[in-house]
Design a protein around this ligand. Structure first.
Ligand code: PLP
Length: 425
């Protein structure tokens, strides 16, 4: 088949395709797999029950269901949901916003396609701009959404070792260079893949940099506040006219209804609505209809804080404990789990690459993601990229337990294959 440049670009191998393929085939298999690779949120019974009740209410409420599924919404998205959300964000976060500052999309992934290509790529005056990722590693899903090549430029982080087996990345501001070629700055907070939460101070500095250079700071809040609030560190949710905050219903437990949210100044929201009309006609209204009452009443905050956050927090603590048991005596580091649903493991001087480790584990039916996929835009070779893996701890306990055991066995075997590196601490 003869494909256009667009066709070739978006059918080429991509990390996100490998990830979603692994996820899809793992879910379709009869053989039990330890699926520690994908970003699927956990099935939390109390939360699922609440969504089921909400659907029953929708079905029982006159013709509400028929109106929800039988009508297109406008391209900005479900108006009652948008109004309720604007109100919640004013109340809860103190943000000075109204419905004109919010657009709905068919998932954050499609939000990023629109936003990144809107602020980076080729410009009419012949110039080119890029999205600056001030702290790599960053979310694998960003890597391939560019309509043009080299959409990203990224900065290596500072590595702070907190104890013998824990570290945290920090933004290395000395290397963050906002240039004329920067179209926007972007961070995920909490960060996928690392579970890092940028400190308030780091976000404030990035906001100052963004406004000084008149470019937007995009804060990907897929796991953030005020919902689903999978944040274990002290952190403030920020927004101002120079900021674009993206949210999603996925990590609440609703990835199947594909609902993303963009919060930005009015002209950006109008542009998003225009692009929604071209690409999608309208956005899905099922997700918004399911949660509008919970947003209006604030119940969505209680669900997030009382059910979702504690669930992931205890799962993270448990997974870290298992790692410490299984890898005792070997040189491993875990990024401090401050949020999101992943552990980011670093094996300094690992004699095999993280891609080899991924393959060895896949053969044993354990799926993780090799670290090197999470550095879009980072130039130059950096060994650290090949020494890390991302492990999801949201799946059932038995899978996580046996997956961690298998990871430890493979890692120990790799270190042991080079006696001089093994058991270095
Ligand atoms: N941003 C981050 C940091 C993510 O981890 C994900 C999904 O895993 C997304 C965005 C995309 O979420 P969705 O398209 O389901 O809203």
């Amino acid at each position: 088949m003869k494909l256009s440049t667009f066709g070739r670009r978006f059918t080429a191998h991509s990390g996100i395709l490998e990830l979603m393929d692994d996820l899809g085939s793992a879910l379709a298999q009869d053989e039990p797999l330890c699926m520690l690779g994908g970003g699927n949120p956990a099935h939390i019974p109390g939360v699922e029950r609440r969504f089921r009740e909400s659907l029953e209410q929708l079905l029982g409420n006159g013709d509400a269901f028929e109106r929800t599924v039988g009508n297109y919404t406008g391209p900005q998205g479900h108006p009652q949901f948008i109004a309720a959300l604007a109100n919640l964000l004013q109340r809860e976060c103190g943000w000075d916003i109204g419905p004109e500052n919010i657009a709905v999309t068919n998932g954050s992934q499609s939000s990023f396609f629109l936003i990144f290509n809107m602020f980076a790529g080729h410009f009419d005056d012949g110039s080119r701009r890029q999205i600056l990722l001030p702290l790599a590693p960053e979310y694998i899903g960003y890597a391939d959404v560019g309509l043009t090549e080299s959409l990203f430029t990224a900065v290596r982080p500072r590595i702070d070792r907190l104890d013998e087996h824990t570290f945290k990345y920090g933004v290395d501001f000395g290397d963050v260079n906002v240039a004329a070629t920067t179209g926007a700055i972007c961070v995920s907070r909490p960060t996928n893949p690392t579970g890092n939460v940028l400190t308030d101070e780091e976000v404030r500095r990035l906001m100052t940099l963004a406004s000084a250079h008149d470019v937007p700071l995009i804060i990907d809040s897929a796991y953030g506040m005020p919902f689903p609030h999978i944040v274990f560190a002290d952190a403030t949710p920020f927004w101002n006219g120079h900021t674009i905050v993206t949210m999603s219903l996925s990590k609440l437990g609703l990835p199947g209804i594909r609902t993303g949210i963009i919060i930005a100044r009015e002209e950006i929201i109008r542009a998003i609505a225009g692009m929604n009309a071209i690409f999608n006609l309208a956005t899905g209204s099922f997700g918004p209809a399911l949660v509008t009452d919970m947003v209006r009443s604030g119940e969505i905050l209680q669900i997030s804080r009382k059910l979702i956050k504690p669930y992931y927090r205890s799962r993270a603590e448990q997974a870290v404990e298992w790692l410490h048991t299984e890898l005792a005596g070997y040189p491993f580091y875990v990024h401090k789990p401050e949020g999101a649903i992943f552990l980011w493991l670093w094996f300094p001087e690992l004699p095999i690459s993280s891609q080899d480790l991924y393959r060895r584990l896949k053969r044993r039916g354990v799926l993780v993601i090799a670290g090197e996929h999470f550095f879009p835009g980072l130039e130059g070779e950096w060994r650290h990229q090949h020494e890390c893996i991302r492990v999801t701890y949201s799946q059932d306990e038995d899978s996580v337990r046996s997956g961690i055991r298998a990871i430890a066995e493979e890692v120990k075997a790799a270190y042991d294959s080079r006696p001089s590196h093994a058991r270095a601490g």
